[in-house]
Design a protein around this ligand. Sequence first.
Ligand code: HEM
Length: 445
Amino acid sequence: MMELTHDHLPIHLTQLAQRYGHIYQLKCGNTCMVVLNSTEVIREALVKKWSDFAGRPLSFTGDVVSGGGRSISLGDYNDEWRAHRRLVHGALLRCCHDSLHGVIEKQGMHLCKVLKAYQGSAVDLSDDFTVAASNVITTLTFGKEYDKSSSELQELHNCLNEIVALWGSCWISALDSFPLLRKLPNPVFSHLMQEVTKRDNIIRKHLKDYKSQDNKPESTITGYFLQGLDTKNGVLLTDTHVHMATVDLLIGGTETTAALLNWTIAFLLHRPEVQNQVYEELCSVPEGHYPKYSERHKLPVLSALINEVLRLRPVAPLAVPHRAVRDSSIAGYYIPKNTVIIPNLFGAHHDPSVWTEPDSFKPERFLEGGGASPRALIPFGGGARLCLGESVAKMELFLFTAYLLRDFHFFPTDACLPDLRGVASVVLKVKAYKVIACPRPVHDN
Ligand code: HEM
């Protein structure tokens, strides 16, 4: 148990891998956990043997936050979950095809406008990144976007952030490992329950508002969900599934992307010459317009930058725990049914047998001749539980980063450079820092 209360768990588990190897076991109460620390063993479990390890741990607290296990992210692997994930995946694909690029472009432009209005003062951009990422998801789901000052948006994010933070706390995870503790009063658990009720009221209101509109926004995920609700292969999908999928997309799709943008600027402040290289590359895009996602092959330095930030700071550093649904093996070790599997993506991305100088920020490693292959990256997990928003996230990271670095030159404040160690919870975030965004010369669009 002590191993799991460490303040930066991904770093700690990675250090243990240096002592015990790419795969080792930890005991927590009655639960046996196996930690995987290299891309090779993670792929063996999640991709090659996906059907053995597609489960989620059976969890009292997970059930509380996921409407009785009816969310995509925390639901266990069964027919109902498969039908649910297929419905959400289909809706997301249709939406991405119809409108994603335009939705991100609009939020990217808006983000640049917000930054211009700061007129070169020192600011913490994390809330602006959260609003941009969140607006992509709320536009896709309900056809709705918010201003940073909107009380509705703030209420939603405060509540989702509280749930993620509380759910990651040891006061809550102890309830899974030591069932007797559930009989004792636990103020942290009561707080979690209150936030879950608040979250459900907000989402219920959004879905009700959406359904009551005469002219519903076209091609939204919610619209596609509602059309797809039916009995699928003998599984009945209901409004609860729509509700929990909305929660999944909002939680999965907001803080992750926002945290990665914040990390990108933080790393660039440490290596200003990389920022200049990306800017020069962006200026070479035909006629100086904002690049399209389809033009990413023309921007290798920008792509290398994004890969390097995803490598160094995979924002879901320990993914979400998996569970062996039957007896199996990994790297030749016997793994009994119900073993909890922790894919240490952070560890895999710092593996010295794969990456030279694994702790250094060197986007050039991903350029031709740099020696690193993006195939060794695994920031979105893999297999049956692959991040549902991977394609949304990749387009967002590319377009937002391109817009920001084309329109602004970022400078550190006099105070100091950002601390790059990070604050690890479910999402790995950079410690709050301020930055100065100076507009670049105007381009003809
Ligand atoms: C799951 C990473 C953005 C929705 C995950 C997992 C990881 C991950 C590592 C766990 C995979 C596993 O269990 O093995 C990331 C990163 C992102 C990102 C690095 C951005 C940089 C998004 C976005 C969305 C999203 C934008 C929504 C549009 C989800 C959902 C799951 C998930 C619903 C649960 C999948 C399941 O259990 O089947 N993500 N994610 N994520 N992510 Fe993402």
